[in-house]
Design a protein around this ligand. Structure first.
Ligand SMILES: [Zn+2]
Length: 525
């Protein structure tokens, strides 16, 4: 059998690996590349293998950098199934639709910009085209600011008429919906047949609700070959979900090749146990100033962890019980998914909430904001509150409106609880805010620009790093060394090059046989 790597090699997004036997090709994850638009777009449009040759797909978890290209694979010529845990299948119902909505929105925005550029040329008379006064008026009204999302079709018609380039979304809502038909959710630790003499067994990866390490075993011929794909590996002692698995079934202990993530292969996080007191400190300080806390938050996982901690702090009366708002339709849906999968919760969650007849994600002060009108009213609310809103990296979504209304006020806090990618607005806020803080807040506040306007960043910017969903160097090492696995060969994926290489060097020193593959590299097992 051989294993090939076509995504998340020396980078963190676009997970896409294949296992090929004499009879089958199995795809491990089918993730979207994220990052700089142009580069990501080019990578996303090309599928490294034809869906026709794939027997089945094994999906480690629902995050878009692992699942986000599934609609491209299932749209044409794919006859297999997507195997994953039940919670992952459930979460994908919302995440893939949301991803399609973003793809469609991005394409419509680019088309709008092309049309706008065309209009500008017409107005100045620089273009070769000439149009009548009536038509110019129609185009102007079509491109009135804020209207383009509603007028996608009319704009495309205009572009076609004048032979201008039209950008199509990577995939549509229809394609995302179609992909959902292929999902087969299976329980943890139940082997399922995924090919000729080929089985897959999921073990909890402790990364996110439903996340799995997949043991893929080929028992054709005289020898058994076993590959373990870690997917993303979580932290130990995280709230809600179980820890990463350390004890595997006897028949799954001998691993010929382990494909391991290495996002934080060269970094050590704050311990999870310290997060609640740190969160309390930030809340106390903000409420003492009479301010509010804005938390740019990822819909899947981070939002629910924060709600869990807030609920615990509220039950113990450890902080002022101000209203808590989840202002994200996606986060609201995903919170419901969590509520429907208590079988994946850890013992602490059962003891602290379920056995006492409580839902960790329901409490008196917690409100899920639904309509845009409610969200806008909350923007203007100056009484102390906590709001969790997307997008997580502040690249769009309702959080920008909360920031717009609140970052000028030094009573407020922007609480960063997730990784902010390079070149994102979230990273900019984080860098400028923390620098101003480090300089003792002397001099005028830094300025940040969004929505075509400059805003003074007076609000405090605080980062609580321990909320990471990825295990750090010590936790990844713990899975390798303290589990009952016997690993022959190790491959590191899903890490920036410097993280993967540093981790590789460390693990080689610990006696492991480690490879950090390049894109397209294959390894025989
Ligand atoms: Zn993930």
């Amino acid at each position: 059998m051989h294993v090939s790597f076509y995504g998340a090699t020396r980078e963190v997004t676009g997970s896409f690996h294949t296992i090929t036997t004499d009879h089958d090709t199995i795809l491990l994850d089918c993730g979207l590349f994220q990052g700089r638009r142009k580069e990501a777009e080019e990578k996303n449009h090309v599928l490294p293998v034809s869906p026709k040759i794939l027997t089945n797909i094994v999906l480690s978890h629902a995050h878009i950098d692992h699942s986000g290209r599934l609609p491209l694979v299932t749209w044409k010529d794919f006859n297999g199934r997507i195997f994953c845990t039940r919670a992952t299948a459930h979460a994908c119902e919302y995440l893939l639709e949301d991803s399609a909505k973003i793809q469609e929105g991005d394409a419509s925005y680019l088309n709008y910009k092309t049309a706008k550029h065309f209009l500008a040329k017409l107005k100045t008379g620089n273009g070769k085209k000439k149009v009548s006064k009536d038509e110019l008026r129609d185009i102007k009204s079509l491109l009135k600011s804020g209207a383009h999302r509603l007028k996608t079709e009319a704009i495309e018609k205009l572009l076609r008429k004048h032979q201008l380039e039209i950008v199509n979304p990577l995939y549509t809502m229809e394609m995302a919906d179609e992909s959902l038909e292929y999902f087969r959710g299976v329980p943890y630790e139940h082997p399922v047949t995924i090919g000729h003499d080929l089985t897959c067994t999921f073990y909890d990866a402790g990364h996110i609700l439903g996340s799995a390490m997949s043991v893929i075993q080929y028992s054709g011929g005289s020898k058994t070959k076993t590959v373990l794909y870690s997917g993303d590996v979580g932290r130990f002692n995280k709230p809600i979900i179980e820890d990463p698995t350390l004890i595997f079934a006897e028949e799954h202990r001998d691993i010929d090749l382990m494909i391991m993530e290495s996002t934080y292969g060269n970094r050590v996080h704050d311990p999870v146990v310290d997060m609640k007191p740190l969160l309390k400190k930030v809340l106390d300080e903000t409420f003492d100033r009479g301010g509010s806390v804005i938390i740019p938050s990822f819909a899947y996982g981070r939002t629910q962890e924060l709600l869990y901690f807030l609920h615990e702090l509220y039950i113990a009366n450890e902080v002022k019980r101000v209203p808590v708002y989840v202002d994200s339709p996606l986060a609201t849906k995903i919170t419901n998914v969590f509520g429907e999968h208590p079988e994946t919760f850890d013992e602490d969650t059962h003891e602290a909430f379920l056995e006492r007849g409580m839902n960790p994600f329901q409490f008196e002060e917690l409100k899920f904001v639904q309509s845009v009108e409610e969200s806008m009213a909350l923007n203007r609310d100056t009484s102390p509150h906590i709001v969790l809103a997307g997008s997580g990296m502040c690249e769009g979504g309702r959080v920008l409106h909360h920031l717009r209304h609140k970052i000028h006020d030094d009573r407020n806090t922007v609480l960063i609880v997730g990784y902010m990618g390079q070149n994102t607005f979230g990273r900019l806020l984080q860098n400028k805010g923390e620098k101003y803080e480090a300089d003792g807040r002397s001099g005028p506040p830094p300025k940040v620009r969004f929505y075509n306007k400059e805003y003074p960043l007076n609000a405090r910017v605080v980062t609580l790093g321990g909320f990471s969903a990825h295990g750090d160097k010590n936790e990844l090492t713990r899975v390798l060394k303290e589990s009952n696995l016997r690993i022959k060969q190790l491959v590191l994926v899903h890490g920036e090059e410097e993280q993967s290489l540093a981790f590789s060097k460390y693990l080689k020193g610990e006696g492991f046989d480690v490879t950090v593959p390049y894109h397209g590299q294959s390894i025989d097992v």
